[in-house]
Design a protein around this ligand. Structure first.
Ligand code: C2E
Ligand code: MG
Ligand code: MG
Length: 509
């Protein structure tokens, strides 16, 4: 037995307190007595030993787990900063690269951001499929990386939009790089047995210390849009004036969306005249926009906008419904007879969508107008550049019984052979081909030749843009059948058409 005042007791207590406070390395000294108290002390030491081992193992496990977590975090961060398809940086990586480029030495040249959008990507995707589209994106990514320094950050922002941050570069050097990129992307891309060309539109913006990365990116975007508006394969440098253009455009688009849902869009109708008799054989439906503050806006100003903003199908459907419904009313009111047709302009985008054929079918069914009194006008460019799907759509439309006419004929480059194979009935010759008719003697021979060519393909022609009596007379004497133009009538609101038709038909009979 041990004595109550045995000093080992307080040593034991001290030891237990130290262990309890977490000092698992501390041990309690065993005395040479080797009695029961020593046995308790040894037991306590063993317990401390075990605890220490368990604790150390635990610490090791925590360290391993922490390492794993860290690695996963790094991987996730990489994934969050990387575009999976091309392996380029993504939008967030680009923005953070821009931020740090802006922070770099203030005496240095400022960073430049280059934004790039492929010109022909949509049609490549549509024509060759998404796998081919992906390959094009990967190739473009590689070419971009090859065209810049290793310190520049190349990113894909999504779709066919790429961006490059060039730290400490300056606009002159960046412009050189921009042109190098344009040249690189003009080179054909080899895909299996095909060779594809896909140019790009570029926008450059120089950073300044007061700008945030988002603002710089927006400026490059504005410049890129200016390039796109100018045509393919261009490069534009941001200037503040472009912001105003963008603001007006956005405002106009908002207004157009509102107009499509409510009021403001109206159709005007321009007579197509039988040259021999002056009879109005039909009208062309031409859209106008009665803008609440800007007055009447012509289609050349807002159709391209609608096209770009993806509103064209909605607009096309609106026109289709409106014009065919107008025809239905004229037929119901006996304003026009069964030989009278309404011509409706169709955008190339409409031709690309199979839904459009369905829309035409539905509108014809709902209004019950005879399909042969509806003629769809498609531009020559849309038909010539069109793909198999367009051909299919054309045949589908023809199958519904509506007429198909090639608009603005003579502005593109359709070969005679091509004309012969197309499922169309008529061509509308562009007004540029008859400008000098009546004053320039050589023009008459040209018109005669064009007429012969069209007839050789088994088609008929409508001559557009007739402005003078001389032009009308010349066309008539050459044997042309139909014409349209300010000489006969400007495009008119629908309520003025009945009187005009009545007047002409009384003259013609
Ligand atoms: P387009 O189909 O070639 O239409 C003929 C254009 O020439 C019309 O201009 C018409 O007003 C104008 N015009 C008619 N006669 C004469 C003339 O004697 N001299 C001159 N200088 N011009 C004449 P508008 O209405 O401004 O339409 C321009 C273009 O906008 C149209 O060209 C057509 O491509 C497009 N467009 C018009 N309405 C629609 C529509 O409802 N849908 C679609 N997708 N496009 C439309
Ligand atoms: Mg037209
Ligand atoms: Mg035309």
């Amino acid at each position: 037995m041990f004595a109550e005042n045995d000093p080992r007791l307080s040593q034991l207590l001290d030891g237990i307190v130290r262990l309890a406070s977490g000092d698992l390395r501390s041990r309690i000294e065993v005395s040479p007595a080797r009695d029961e108290l020593d046995a308790i002390i040894m037991g306590t030491n063993l317990l401390a030993e075990d605890l220490q081992i368990i604790y150390e193992e635990l610490e090791q496990r925590v360290a391993v787990r922490t390492q794993l977590l860290h690695e996963a975090h790094v991987e996730m961060q990489k994934m969050a900063m990387e575009d999976a398809l091309t392996g380029l940086a993504n939008r967030s990586a680009l923005l953070s690269a821009l931020k740090s480029a802006q922070g770099d030495g203030a005496e240095d040249e400022p960073p430049v951001i280059l934004l790039l959008d492929l010109d022909a990507f949509k049609s490549i995707n549509d024509t060759f499929g998404h796998t081919a589209g992906d390959q094009v994106l990967v190739t473009v990514g590689e070419r971009l990386r090859d065209a810049v320094r290793s310190t520049d950050v190349v990113a894909r922002l999504g779709g066919d939009e790429f961006a490059i941050v060039m730290p400490a570069t300056g606009i002159d050097q960046a412009t050189i790089v921009g042109h190098r990129i344009l040249a690189a992307l003009e080179q054909p891309i080899e895909l299996h047995d095909r060779s594809i060309r896909c140019g790009a539109s570029l926008g450059l913006s120089v950073g300044d210390a007061r700008q945030g990365p988002e603002e710089m990116l927006m400026h490059a975007d504005v410049a890129m849009y200016a390039s796109k508006a100018e045509g393919l394969n261009r490069l534009h440098i941001f200037e503040p004036g472009l912001l105003l253009v963008r603001r007006l455009r956005t405002q106009l688009l908002d207004d157009l969306r509102t107009a499509l849902k409510g009021e403001g869009l109206v159709m005007h109708y321009q007579p197509v005249v039988e040259l021999a008799t002056g009879r109005i054989e039909g009208v062309e439906a031409l859209i106008r926009w009665n803008h609440p503050t800007r007055g009447l806006i012509m289609p050349d100003e807002f159709i391209p906008l609608a096209e770009e903003a993806g509103l064209i199908s909605e607009l096309g459907l609106w026109v289709l419904k409106n014009a065919v419904e107008q025809l239905r009313r004229w037929i119901a009111d006996s304003v026009v007879d069964s030989r009278f047709s309404v011509r409706i302009n169709i955008s190339p985008t409409d031709l690309q969508s199979l839904q459009f054929i369905e829309d035409v079918r539905c509108v014809l069914k709902e209004t019950a107008v005879p399909p042969d009194q509806v003629v769809l006008e498609l531009t020559e460019m849309a038909i010539v550049k069109g793909n198999e799907l367009d051909r299919y759509s054309l045949s589908g439309l023809r199958g519904l019984g509506v007429g198909i006419e090639i608009d603005d004929f003579g502005t593109g480059y359709s070969s005679i052979n091509y004309l012969r194979t197309l499922p169309v009935d008529r061509v509308k010759v562009d007004r540029s081909l008859i400008v000098g008719l009546g004053t320039d003697p050589t023009q008459s021979a040209l018109v005669a030749a064009i007429l012969q060519l069209i007839r050789a393909c088994g088609l008929e022609a409508v001559w557009e843009g007739v402005e003078t009596a001389e032009q009308a007379e010349h066309l008539r004497s050459l044997g042309c059948l139909s014409a349209q133009g300010y000489y006969f009538s400007r495009p008119l609101p629908p309520e003025q058409i009945p009187a005009l038709v009545a007047a002409q038909s009384s003259k013609a009979t």
